[in-house]
Design a protein. Sequence first.
Length: 645
Amino acid sequence: MGKTLTAKILESHLLQGTFEVGSEIAVKINQTLTQDSTGTMCYLQLLALDPDRCHTDLSVAYIDHNMLQTGFENMDDHVFIQSVAQHYGIIFSKAGGGICHQVHLERFSKPNSILIGSDSHTPTCGGVGSIAIGAGGLDVAIGMAKGFYFMKVPKVFNVILTGKPKSYLNGKDIILSVLQAISVKGGVGYIMEYSGDGLQYLSVTDRATICNMGAELGATTSIFPSDEITKTYFTQHQRPEDFVAMSADADAVYDETLVLNLSEIVPLAAKPHSPDNVVKVSELVGIKVDQVAIGSCTNSSYADMMKVAKILKGKQVHPNVSLVISPGSANILRLLAENGALSDMISAGARILESGCGPCIGMGQAPKSEGVSLRTFNRNFMGRSGTQNAQVYLVSPETAAYSAIDGAISDPLTHQDDLTIIQPATYGRVDRYFIYPPEIRKANPILMGPNIKPFPLSEIMSDDLTLPVLIKLKSNITTDDIVPSHAKLLPYRSNVPYLSDYCLTVFDPTVPKRARALNGSIIVAQENYGQGSSREHAALVPLYLGIKAVIAVSFARIHRSNLINVGLFPFTFENPEDLNLILPTDSIKLVNVVEQVQSGNRIEATILPSQKKIYLKLDLSDRESEVLLKGGWLNYVKGLKVGLV
Ligand code: MIC
Ligand code: SF4
């Protein structure tokens, strides 16, 4: 039986376990990346592990999220990360160098390698045939310190792309089409593997856009084969030696299949407030637009920027629209400056932002009240833009640029411009944002400013617990809901006590105060709890507030791991209908927790005061149950050897 590309890479990196769907394996990590908003916590944990050096081929610490520097807090974090990078041998990419995923794709991504990153959009590098997985900061710290990563063997979902796309079609329209077909939960438990004769029309950056937004499917990651198009990409980026051809066997067997005919896909948009709320752009034409934001790790490549510049050339941004553009990397910005495209953007009236996440994570450019914002980004969760009642639509750069000129949503298919981009023979490089680690590493001191507070540690779980329900929540609760992220809060990513005042306050402002007073409570939720980002703060903050467990119908992958990592129980229901038996004023009683967890996957719980019995599940691997019973992954991992040898 032929092998999938996923199986080929994971099996060749296997350190422990059996390669069977659903069972837990440990794999060797080649590369790690961090960004600054999850990086401080990750590096505090690396300090706690204090390895002799990084046990990866390459580790990079990017500064791209938190760049407003409204107070000393941001710079404290950045200086801290730089000092840790120098200490352990990690490449440091300074603020302005670009968005981690775009820069990593350009400079360091490798086919047939495994990358883990403390950001949910790490899968972007799947565009060159790398298994690139988003993980919590602790898992990434462990990757650096010990060279391994534990994961459940996912199923493989084959997306077969056939036919030739229409001109004006962007990778964004293709991934929106996948989201329309299978929803924000459709990728849970899968790696999305792309194949088919349509691949020949997709550039590496279009593929990267598709892999990037695979995170919105809930998928573990997404991957494309590395082929002649990948080879050209590596040559253009002056590192042909990093190319290796990789693909699935022709007779590979997949767990699930979706066929998409590219010739039938038209420009699409995700309407407020979910990336899978997808309709044709043609159905939205005429809706007045207040703001257009082009960039983010999804759509900020050279080709995307050049198409936008072509559309804007000689035109004027509509008087009622604020157009902001953030190129993905310093190198792209340099190329745009050199070839005159930047001048076309500025002449049209665009605002040029530095290369970073910016408005995507609410760092500035919050829309006006009830404003309509068109964004080329990947998430349009309510409030993420910084304005709770803004209406955010996710679109391609082509749709965004035409709409910015028209002042209303505009369908690229109704325009006649030739948007063909001539790729430069070489992209050149900007190297001066990288600080490479010195020869003598550990001699460099760690610099920790006053905003950096110790992270909370869990205690060994008590055997008998009666936990009042803190809050009962709906489906698809995001980590943005659990610990919001915007210009006012992002500076406190290394300060869990400060962030704890905002936990779930979008639903109920009394949550932090009540949780503290109870010092032992439980969250109840419907499906897909913790979707979205990899921020482990969404687990650390509840831990700090004394919350002991979450019962949900289902969990998003990274968040479930983050809960286990910090020692919080991610229970699911044996019978999802039992959710309806729990009232927001009830308590959940658990007895003999240790014995119940050790003896299997069926945990009896009693709802108080009704005394109704329900059964909960944990679906833990042996390692995960040890981690929970020993009070968290950090405690337990210290005893494991580098590479598990
Ligand atoms: C996001 O897009 O939500 C973020 C901000 O990049 C997060 C990381 C974070 O919360 O710092 C992510 O995607 O993991
Ligand atoms: Fe940055 Fe937005 Fe990408 Fe997250 S999704 S890494 S905030 S650009």
